[in-house]
Design a protein around this ligand. Sequence first.
Ligand code: MN
Ligand code: MN
Length: 468
Amino acid sequence: MSSEKSKLDEMREKLFMTPKNAFSDEFSTEGCFEFCEDYKAYLDIGKTERLCVKETIRLAEAKGFVPYVRGMNLQPGDKIYKNNRGKSITLAVIGEKSLSCGVNIAAAHIDSPRIDLKQSPLYESEGLCLFKTHYYGGIKKYQWPAIPLELHGIVALKSGDIVEVSVGNDPSDPIFVITDLLPHLGKDQMAKTAANVIPGESLNILCGSRPIEGASEKDKDAVKLNIMNILNEKYGICEEDFLSAELCVVPAFNARDLGFDRSMIGAYGHDDRVCAYPSLRALLDADRAEKTAICVLADKEEIGSEGVSGMKSAFFDTFIEDICEASGTTLRECFENSTCLSTDVTVALDPNYPDVCEKKNSAFINSGVALCKYTGSRGKSGASDASAELIARLRALFDENGVLWQMAALGKVDQGGGGTVAMYIAERNIDTIDAGVPVLSMHSPFETVAKADVFMTYKAIKAFFEKF
Ligand code: MN
Ligand code: MN
């Protein structure tokens, strides 16, 4: 009886898939915690896409990357980048093989759901000064009141000067808040559905309460005048300058270790800096690149990859075409031989909300980088649906290089869905698949990931750049 049982066990072991954990003996997480310290620093500095691009350039230049200028002579091993209007960036390490053999691309996005100031934002009401806002990306509006907020962005002046604004990240800075209703008077509010609890036009940012010196009771907008005066003294701006400003409000808390075992990170903006940073680091750390390795950090993914800095923009094609020309090949030949990991987050199965996921096809915390063959919704609509052949090649690559990976779907069939930049890259005739870190509380002001999954995503992209 017992020997028969062990024979069945043997068969199971051989024939069945078994779930794996990053902390089993099979995998090395050496360097994982150090890597995540660097990632946390990147998060704290890069709370908007503009700040991410700035920090990315600083890190890349320290590793010998230089801005690409059209017509530049390129040799294997050259490290270049192209800054797209300060909001997205593409970096490349020129490979030993010709670009006609294709390039290996890791494409992440560096914009995150947040709250933007309207173009004419400042007003006074009931003795308080506030900013009108329009939220950016898919947020649950009820999660944003009554948390500390900071402000980042730029004001572009008619003179051509750019004024940078950054308030709240330094511990000595003031912060901001969206107020919420006290429960004592919340009878009507609490009866609303979650989507309607906080109307979009109520996401107003409290930013002052003190009237300007010398104002009397009957002076109109004395608090607003005081705030505008402070802004004028600090930044040299007047109210009209808001019309040509981009000012973003994000949570005013930095990345923190989460759990007694410090195995996780809680932070704002993991989606998708948790894939952007590993993609960037994999490129900076790549020992060698047979094929040219490309890291794309895109903007506007959270609103559909639109616009001049989004993945649909010809900025990407133009840059790749430029470097193709430099090596005597065409863009179409390069693209048809290229492969892309669309490095973006996916949902991790949450024990608080297990019903929205189907367990057999879900990503789990600590089970490594998650591949998604398809995203989309209702019959895979809007998915680029990666090929079985590509997945097989990646299975082999990851298994040979000690990368823990898992296959995942974004929730149960017909439960909802989502998309990434994958479809916009695939339609350029590039084999593309989603690969990234599983996240808890995605799109909330404070998202959670596991350090081991961040590290495995880095190892996966590094192996892809070096050996695929
Ligand atoms: Mn994302
Ligand atoms: Mn997202």
